[in-house]
Ligand binder design. Structure first.
Ligand code: MF3
Ligand code: CO
Ligand code: CO
Length: 262
C-alpha cells in the first residue's frame, strides 16, 4: 500500500518557507501596478519571470508537467491554470487571478491574488471580496486539535449566505521541497474529517468561488480550467505552516496589498 503521510518539517524549513513565501508575495506586489487595461497576460508573465530570476529563484510552473509559462493568469470565467499569452489583452472591468509559485533554495512559495483592470462591475468586486474573506476564514479554522476538514467546513459555512459555489475539482495541497504533496486540502468539506493538524505541516489554502455552479471544464490546451456556465470565478491563495503556537502565513504581502483595489 502506498503511504500517504503528511511531512512534518523542522525549524530550519520554516525559515526557508518564510523566505520562499515572502519572495512569491513580493512578485505579486511588484505586478500590481502593471495590471491595467491594455496589458497582455504574456507581458505579466515576462515581468514575473524576470523578477523571479533576478531574485535567484525559479518559477515553479515553467515546464511543470508541460506547463509552458512561469505564472498562471486566469481572467473572468477562467477558474485557474490560465496560460499567459501575448495576444490576451486585459480590458477595463476584467478581473484576473495571478498565481505565482517560486522555488527558492529548493523550497516552494505558492500564492495567488485577484487584480482588477480598471473598474469591474459591482458583482465582480463582491465576488473578489468574498473570496479573499473565504480564504482567511479557512486559514483561521486551522487550530490545534482540529482536522483538515475544518478548513472546508468553515469556508462552506461562510460562503453559503452569499450564494456562490465552491469549486471542488481543485484543492489546496501540501508543499515544501515538493510542489504538490499530501494532503489534498478541500475547500468544501465536513468538520472533524481528514487528517489531524500537527506542528510542522506546510500547505496551501486556495479557494475558488464561482458566481454560478461549481462545475468546471478544462479546455483543449490541457490546462485552462473555466466555469461550465461561463460565470465569473475568483481565487486567492496563501502558503501556511503550522507552528507550535498556531498557524503562520508565509505569503503575506509585505506592501500590504492583500486584496484589490491596490
Ligand atoms: N500554483 C498552482 C497551485 O496553486 C499550480 C500551478 S501548476 C501549473 O497549485 F502548472 F499550472 F502552473
Ligand atoms: Co497551490
Ligand atoms: Co498557486
Amino acid at each position: 500500500m502506498t503511504m500517504r503521510e503528511i511531512k512534518l518539517h523542522d525549524r530550519s524549513a520554516f525559515v526557508a518557507m518564510r523566505n520562499a513565501g515572502q519572495l512569491a508575495a513580493r512578485v505579486m506586489d511588484y505586478l500590481a501596478p502593471h495590471v491595467v487595461p491594455g496589458v497582455s497576460t504574456g507581458k505579466l508573465d515576462q515581468l514575473a519571470h524576470d523578477f523571479i530570476i533576478a531574485n535567484h529563484a525559479i518559477p515553479a510552473p515553467l515546464n511543470y508537467k508541460g506547463f509552458p509559462k512561469s505564472i498562471c493568469t486566469s481572467v473572468n470565467h477562467v477558474v485557474c491554470h490560465g496560460i499567459p499569452d501575448d495576444k490576451k489583452i486585459l480590458l477595463a472591468g476584467d478581473i484576473i487571478n495571478i498565481d505565482v509559485t517560486v522555488i527558492l533554495d529548493g523550497w516552494h512559495g505558492d500564492t495567488s491574488r485577484m487584480y482588477w483592470a480598471g473598474e469591474p462591475p459591482l458583482k465582480a468586486k463582491k465576488l473578489t471580496d468574498v473570496t479573499y474573506d473565504a480564504m482567511m476564514v479557512g486559514i483561521k479554522a486551522i487550530k490545534p486539535g482540529g482536522h483538515f476538514g475544518d478548513i472546508g467546513a468553515a469556508i462552506q459555512k461562510f460562503v453559503a449566505p452569499h450564494r456562490y459555489s465552491i469549486v471542488r475539482d481543485f484543492c489546496g495541497h501540501g508543499l515544501g521541497r515538493v510542489f504538490h504533496d499530501e494532503p489534498n486540502v478541500m475547500h468544501h468539506a465536513q468538520p472533524e474529517r481528514g487528517a489531524a493538524f500537527r506542528p510542522g505541516m506546510f500547505f496551501t489554502v486556495e479557494p475558488m468561488l464561482n458566481i454560478g455552479t461549481h462545475e468546471v471544464k478544462v479546455l483543449q490546451d490541457g490546462w485552462t480550467a473555466v466555469t461550465r456556465d461561463k460565470s465569473l470565478s475568483a481565487q486567492f491563495e496563501h502558503t501556511v505552516g503550522i507552528g507550535e503556537h498556531g498557524v503562520e502565513i508565509f505569503t503575506t504581502s509585505p506592501a500590504g496589498l492583500h486584496h484589490p483595489p491596490y
